[in-house]
Design a protein around this ligand. Structure first.
Ligand SMILES: [Cu+2]
Length: 410
């Protein structure tokens, strides 16, 4: 039994301890509760039981080749003429890793790569399973009173024949992805499918697509081979258009119903325009993904794609006829030669250019069988005039170099 004296001492000690350590106890409690008190985690829009079971089964068996995390957001892109254009688009963290939920502009800038239009290429292999997770990171550049806050997005994998749950059409059957949410798309690529495709947002498509929400998607069976044809180098060229004034209106007012007012004033190749100042670092020709470099005797594959409102692009390289071997992700039974190829929104063409070997005899004095630079451009002249100035359009160089300059030449 505790005596009165001992009891008094015990209470005194407890009170002393409580007072002394109360601040510390309080601090520990706050720190422990912080994760609970923080904003709720990103919400996953889940599919029905069958979809979820299928996904976890593949994951358990280790049959998911790779998971790509794409973040829908907004930003600015500087053009070669100095114009800063407001865009919407898809970006990602390094190696398309999961960067978790993005809730602030600081997090976006710290964890994700700067927004680029078109978005970076995604490359998949035939006969494999992939998961693409779409996160809506929200918009950070719109003005407060703009009507485009809290806008949802999806990804439509253009050209892949997928079930509706993975086809990216909003509410068919799943709701589109709002800020703070994410959705998983399962892409099972059949063994016999390869070629050039695209991904783009399918919410209010006129506005979201034209605002920059698109990226190339490549499916390959074997590297340096397509439809049974071998090639040495490849370039993916996305031809697209943007109305920078409309985009600024979206940013400031957000009146999406003006979609029919769209009037492109920039026509781009991989999101860039050509400049008459050849040293301009933002010009098409100074982008290693857009300047077509090849060495004598090589075969170059061009994966040509278009995104547009009403512009039909006319791809025309000077000095070369290309062999069109595939279109819209399918091999052509009868390939054909073209030097001017019309391409409309959503179309893709796979074209091979055989660069003759200069060491072989020229066919004639004026034949372009040799090293040097020639241009390749949009032959729909409307496209060669961005902001009213020629030749600021989708134009690049075909830069053919002597075999002796090849880095691995012996
Ligand atoms: Cu969208």
């Amino acid at each position: 039994m505790i005596s009165n004296k001992n009891h008094f001492i015990s209470i005194f000690i407890i009170r002393y301890m409580m007072e002394k350590y109360f601040a510390l106890y309080f601090l520990v409690m706050i720190l422990c509760c912080l994760p609970v008190m923080a904003a709720p985690e990103e919400t996953l829009i889940s599919g029905d039981a069958k979809l979820e079971e299928g996904l976890s089964e593949l994951t358990k068996k280790g049959q998911i080749e790779k998971e790509f995390h794409l973040y829908a957001t907004d930003g600015f892109q500087e053009m070669a003429d100095g114009e800063l254009i407001y865009f919407w688009g898809f970006t990602h963290a390094k190696d398309f890793a999961d960067a978790g939920e993005i809730k602030t502009k600081e997090e976006k800038e710290g964890k994700l790569l700067p927004l680029k239009v078109p978005g970076d290429e995604i490359r998949l292999g035939s006969g494999k399973n992939y998961i693409v997770v779409l996160h809506n990171a929200g918009f950070y550049e719109t003005e407060k009173h703009s009507g485009v806050h809290g806008v949802p997005h999806t990804i439509h994998f253009h050209g892949l024949d997928l079930i509706p749950a993975y086809d990216g059409v909003p509410d068919l059957p799943y709701s589109p992805v709002f800020p703070g949410e994410k959705y998983r798309y399962l892409l099972t690529i059949p063994e016999d499918i390869e070629g050039s495709y695209m991904g783009h947002c399918h919410v209010d498509t006129t506005n979201h697509l034209m605002a920059g929400m698109y990226f190339p998607l490549i499916i390959e069976k074997n590297p340096h081979e397509i439809y049974g044809y071998k090639f040495d180098r490849e370039y993916t060229l996305v031809m697209s258009e943007v109305d920078s004034e409309y985009m600024e209106m979206l940013r400031t007012e957000g009146n999406i119903r003006r979609g029919l007012d769209w009037k492109a004033n920039y026509f781009m190749l991989n999101g860039r325009i050509f400049m008459d100042n050849l040293a301009n670092p933002l010009s098409t020709i100074n982008d290693p993904k857009t300047r077509i470099v090849a060495y004598e005797g090589e075969t170059v594959l061009i994966r040509l794609m278009a995104v547009g409102y009403n512009h039909i692009f006319a791809w025309h390289p000077h000095g070369f006829h290309g062999l069109v071997i595939g279109t819209d992700g399918r091999k052509l039974s009868y390939p054909y030669e073209k030097d001017t190829l019309l391409i409309g929104s959503g179309e893709r063409y796979d074209i091979l250019y055989k660069i003759p070997d200069f060491s072989a005899k020229r066919g004639c004095l004026s034949c372009n069988f040799g090293p040097g630079i020639s241009i390749a451009h949009d032959h729909n002249m409307m496209g060669m005039v961005s902001q009213g100035i020629y030749p600021h359009g989708p134009q690049t160089f075909f830069d053919v170099r002597p075999k002796s300059m090849k880095p691995d030449h012996k």
